[in-house]
Design a binder for this molecule. Structure first.
Ligand code: GLA
Length: 379
């Protein structure tokens, strides 16, 4: 691309991926989640280009770029471009201060691995443009407009967790977020002698075309049935186990299972926060295993590869718990592993996984990291 010849970044932003310790698919049901950002991130280098509305993008990893005109924004047939275009569109709806710029992207965050590279892309872009053009957006504006961009331009009816975690995380902490009020507590994640190990199944999901939106509709179906008896109910967050059971006979069996999972998962998030505050890692590990069983059997967003890695962990006393993290259908499994057993566990898991599926596993340790931040400002 032409602009790369004279490219001198004025501003560099790092936007992280996230793990979710527990609380899966609870966000769009206005429940609780417990995510944190991780070290792996997308780097955005920005430069104003003096034009009114020409925006140029180049991805180093894919060696591909594209142009956008702020005056003529519309959806693209290329998926990753829609994350970018959606954010531009949402910003132009809120302010007229945006002008032309060039942007180079580089990433060490694996895509389609349940680590929310999409939120990292949306939030990093919004955060960077906010700085570059002094748009006056708050961090919450950035979180919300990024989520909306995903709804409108990408088509995934996602909750708010990923964008919230990407922007608001703090080093060494998990975020216990109430997705109804958007109030949150930072929970110190002091896990020694345990480590958070991610195993990337190498099996990718595509949330927009997968079952994600279907799960959301199934939960809404449950709410609308319960609402007939309890009109005060607006989301599964307000539903008690008694209310659900009282309405079981009116629901499709699958809807009952989805709702049961959400009720249980919300409870587990709060139990996890308690366990972590008390350094009760055994209880924390058990909650991870329980959550995975629900993800697999009740919510049915797991896959045989994730199930295998979680089950494999159960053979190790040094692994306290494990579950698939993120939207589902593959991506990464998260394991709480004693530091002395990490290397042996990874070696054996890699070997067994290859034997079973013929896929090379990628394993890495993650620690709770800070949210989207500036790493360089030019003169
Ligand atoms: C995806 C979505 C989130 C959340 C998770 C599942 O990552 O973007 O909003 O729903 O799936 O917990």
């Amino acid at each position: 691309m032409q602009f790369l010849k004279n490219f001198r970044p004025e501003l560099i932003i790092e936007s992280p991926g996230r793990i979710n310790l527990i609380g899966e698919h609870t966000d769009y049901n206005l429940g609780y989640v417990l995510p944190t950002a991780i070290e792996k991130h997308i780097t955005f280098s920005f430069q104003k280009n003096g034009s009114i509305s020409d925006c140029n993008f180049f991805s180093k990893g894919w060696d591909v770029g594209f142009k956008a005109d702020l005056k003529e924004l519309s959806r693209s047939s290329v998926t990753w471009e829609n994350y970018v275009l959606g954010v531009l569109f949402e910003i132009t709806k809120r302010t007229n201060k945006l002008r032309g710029f060039n942007c180079v992207l580089e990433s060490n965050l694996p895509q389609g691995s349940g680590l929310s590279s999409s939120a990292a892309l949306e939030c990093g872009l919004a955060f960077g443009l906010n700085e570059l053009f002094a748009l006056g957006l708050s961090k919450m504006d950035i979180v919300k407009l990024s989520q909306t961009a995903e709804h409108t331009y990408v088509g995934t009816q996602c909750g708010i967790m990923d964008q919230f975690a990407s922007v608001m995380s703090e080093t060494g902490h998990g975020i216990l977020l109430d997705c109804r009020s958007l109030s949150y507590d930072l929970i110190p994640l002091v896990l020694a002698p345990y480590k958070i190990i991610l195993l990337n199944t190498g099996v990718s999901h595509d949330l927009a075309t997968s079952e994600y939106n279907v799960r959301k509709f199934e939960c809404e179906e449950g709410v609308s049935i319960i609402k007939q008896t309890y009109p005060q109910i607006h989301s599964l967050r307000e539903v008690t186990p008694e209310m659900l059971i009282a309405n079981k006979h009116k629901m499709r069996e699958v809807v009952y299972r989805r709702c049961s999972f959400i009720l249980q998962e919300n409870k587990r998030v709060l139990q996890m926060a308690d366990a972590l505050k008390k350094y009760d890692f055994k209880a924390a590990g058990n909650l991870l295993y329980e959550a995975h069983t629900g993800i697999s059997e009740l919510y049915e967003v797991s896959c045989k590869e994730s199930d295998f890695l979680v089950d494999f962990s159960k053979g190790y006393t040094a692994v306290l718990g494990a579950r698939q993290t993120g939207g589902g259908f593959g991506g990464c499994t998260l394991h709480l592993v004693h530091q002395e057993a990490v290397s042996q566990f990874i070696t054996e898991a890699t070997h067994e996984y290859r034997k079973q599926f013929g896929i090379q596993l990628t394993a890495f340790e993650v620690s709770p990291s800070k949210g989207t931040s500036i790493s360089f400002v030019g003169q």
